[in-house]
Design a binder for this molecule. Structure first.
Ligand code: HEC
Ligand code: HEC
Ligand code: HEC
Ligand code: HEC
Ligand code: HEC
Ligand code: HEC
Ligand code: HEC
Length: 477
């Protein structure tokens, strides 16, 4: 029970850190306030009705639909003339202007917020299954592929540029939003926004143990890894079922399965449920058996196991937010890997796991602890995992370099930040290095997971589960 409390407190700390961080980041100018609002004198049409939207469009186009408007505009700014006939043909030709330009119906007549697409298209995190890495990319940066993009130095966001490479104002008034933009508009060698040089696949279900990701499989490597994992688990379960079930000699595999299911059901509906499951889970989570064996073994296990579990839980909460509350502020905050609390938490957990793996390797290879009758498979799995973590941190550092995250935000990911500081002097194009390391990290992880059912590392996954099943099997004392 104590352990669960500790885990909850850890999670609470992340949430507080995340909210505090986002409050700092969200210090944008508010809407309205003291400015002279157009609707203070002009009757605001209801933009949610078709006629209201039309009335508003007509109101704005009184100026913007007249080429004369350019002569009233500030010298040298981007054009503001919106061709009415062309505008009517666009995807949003009948959408009220202020549904997108939420903050311009006022004096000063200036936009301070990105165009508000989320008001109508809310499920943006699940969007093309890779919303989270593009949280700081304006919708228009992707959906207006005709326009040049830059990273706004003030906000760090990727936006459509106001000037072209030669410094001339860009006409952004066409409103020609494209429904299926190309990834290659940004993901190419030498791009100005720090995007990886090739568009990478979305994170798959295999990444969920340690990252914000969705239960999807979009790349062939993850598909192969998952199939091997599932095949291995099937073999494991069938071996488990071959053993004798206490109290049911000679039962067939199907009978055993149904006894276990029956026992589990009875347990769930019994008054003992919370006591048994709670104490067995606590046994598993707290690794009590391992503590009884040896303290150093327990420390090693705990260092690997707890941070894993904590990252997994955070990833799960984030995924639930993306799936069910995509428009909620906290979802956005948790999904953004650069949110200070999230970045710090992830790196802290990673540091602890790496420490645990180092202790494990030390016991195995240097101290050669005689009590550890470990086979080859243990070493392989632990080394693969260690390598994957190491690459993950390298990857994080290279990402910070390629997107050029400002130091006050990047430093929260302290491991990646340290790597970035070391690598910075190297004369490399980090957007090209990134995809290579990305694939190495991902393939190592996929290899570990495919290998899991065949390795001793499996006990990480199933210790608590087996404890509960064994209670059920042990009868109903
Ligand atoms: C202090 C009150 C006030 C505010 C605030 C105000 N207007 Fe006006 N506006 C007027 C008045 C008065 C007229 C003249 C009405 C007329 O001629 O029928 C006018 C005229 C206009 C016209 C011409 C109307 C027509 O039918 O030709 C447009 C377009 C317009 N305003 C747009 C805006 C916009 C856009 C804003 C916000 C940036 C704004 N106004 C803010 C008072 C205001
Ligand atoms: C009275 C004429 C007039 C009316 C009415 C008007 N605008 Fe403008 N608008 C302008 C001018 C002039 C500019 C250029 C301002 C400048 O020099 O920066 C402009 C600029 C803009 C910009 C660019 C803002 C920026 O930060 O660069 C947007 C977006 C815009 N208008 C939207 C609207 C919308 C939406 C409406 C209807 C609610 C509207 N305008 C009504 C004259 C008008
Ligand atoms: C679907 C959302 C949407 C609607 C509806 C919309 N706009 Fe825009 N508008 C955009 C986007 C996106 C841009 C590109 C610039 C950006 O991202 O800020 C833009 C650019 C502009 C610009 C150029 C601003 C600049 O700084 O270069 C003007 C002016 C403008 N819109 C006016 C209007 C007017 C007037 C209407 C209504 C007739 C309207 N818009 C309706 C999304 C919209
Ligand atoms: C006022 C609500 C509203 C806002 C704000 C809005 N949209 Fe839309 N959008 C719509 C509607 C309605 C459709 C048409 C839906 C359909 O055809 O299924 C649409 C269609 C689209 C489509 C085409 C979808 C398809 O399946 O072909 C894209 C892409 C799109 N919007 C992007 C944007 C972007 C980018 C912005 C911000 C610049 C934006 N929208 C802002 C309401 C809105
Ligand atoms: C990284 C680029 C990128 C960004 C950023 C982006 N989109 Fe998209 N969007 C796409 C691509 C690619 C598709 C086509 C999806 C497909 O083919 O399945 C798409 C499709 C859409 C569609 C069509 C319906 C759908 O969901 O498949 C809408 C609506 C849309 N985007 C709105 C938005 C809005 C609103 C934003 C900003 C909040 C946004 N997009 C940001 C790349 C992007
Ligand atoms: C407007 C520019 C732009 C477009 C278009 C774009 N991306 Fe990106 N993408 C970026 C940037 C910038 C990053 C790095 C973001 C970061 O790490 O903060 C990125 C990162 C990514 C990542 C995350 C890699 C990682 O770190 O795990 C994936 C996956 C990705 N993009 C896929 C796509 C796909 C698929 C498309 C086409 C549907 C696409 N992108 C279109 C700008 C873009
Ligand atoms: C066993 C845990 C684990 C798994 C599973 C895992 N990773 Fe990682 N990954 C890490 C660690 C640790 C880091 C270091 C940075 C951090 O702490 O988030 C990292 C970093 C990354 C980064 C660096 C960028 C950043 O700042 O987030 C990317 C991209 C990444 N992983 C992609 C993946 C993909 C894709 C998968 C699934 C194929 C995956 N990871 C599965 C542990 C894991």
């Amino acid at each position: 029970m104590k352990t669960i409390r500790v885990l909850l407190i850890l999670l609470l700390m992340v949430l507080i850190g995340a909210v505090a961080g986002s409050a700092v980041l969200a210090q944008g100018p508010g809407n309205g306030g003291g400015e002279a609002n157009c609707w203070a004198c002009h009757r605001q049409p209801n933009p949610n009705t078709l006629s209201g939207a039309e009335a508003e469009i007509a109101f704005c186009l009184k100026c913007h639909g007249d080429p004369q408007v350019e002569t009233w505009a500030t010298e040298g700014r981007t054009p503001v003339y919106v061709d009415p006939a062309r505008h009517a043909q666009t995807l949003h030709g009948r959408v009220a202007c202020t549904a997108c330009h939420t903050d311009v119906a006022r004096n000063p007549h200036r936009a301070t917020e990105p165009v508000a697409c989320e008001n109508c298209h809310a499920a943006i995190l699940a969007h093309v299954h890779m919303g989270a890495p593009h949280l700081s990319t304006d919708c228009a940066a992707c959906h207006r592929p005709d326009l040049p993009v830059i990273r706004d130095t003030a906000t760090g966001r990727i936006v459509v540029a106001k000037t072209d490479a030669a410094g001339n104002p860009v006409d952004r008034t066409a409103h020609a939003l494209v429904a299926r933009p190309d990834c290659e508009n940004c993901h190419y060698t030498g791009n100005p926004v720090g995007a990886p040089a090739i568009a990478l696949p979305a994170r798959s279900v295999l990444c969920m143990p340690c990252h914000e990701a969705a239960p999807i499989v979009k790349d062939p490597w993850s598909a192969v890894g998952l199939l091997i994992f599932l095949a291995g688990m099937t073999v494991n379960i069938s071996i488990y079922l071959r053993g004798e079930l206490p109290g049911h000699p000679g039962a067939t595999a199907m009978q055993k399965l149904s006894y276990i299911a029956e026992g589990l059901t009875r347990l769930i509906f019994s008054r003992r449920f919370f006591r048994v499951v709670g104490s067995k889970l606590a046994d598993g989570i707290f690794l009590r058996r391992s503590l009884q064996e040896s303290v150093s073994r327990w420390v090693m296990h705990t260092l690997i196991y707890w941070p894993f579990l904590a990252r997994f839980l955070l990833g799960l909460i984030t995924w639930a937010g993306e799936a069910f509350w995509p428009a909620a502020h906290w979802t956005r905050v948790l999904a953004d890997r650069d949110t200070p609390g999230v970045a710090f938490f992830n790196d802290l957990c990673a540091a602890l796991v790496i420490l645990g793996v180092l202790i494990a390797l030390h016991r195995r290879f240097i101290r050669r602890d005689p009590r550890l009758r470990t086979g080859v498979e243990d070493k392989a799995a632990i080394s693969l995992l260690g390598a994957a973590f190491f690459l993950g941190i390298l990857l994080e550092g290279v990402r910070l370099l390629s997107v050029g995250l400002p130091a006050d935000r990047a430093a929260w990911a302290f491991l990646g930040y340290a790597v970035a500081a070391i690598l910075r002097p190297l004369p490399l194009d980090w957007t090209q290095v990134y995809p290579v390391l990305w694939y190495l990290h991902a393939l190592l992880i996929i290899a570990v997971i495919a290998y899991l059912p065949f390795s001793k590392l499996l006990h990480i996954l199933i210790t608590p589960l087996v404890a509960v099943i064994n209670t059920v099997r042990g009868g109903h004392k």
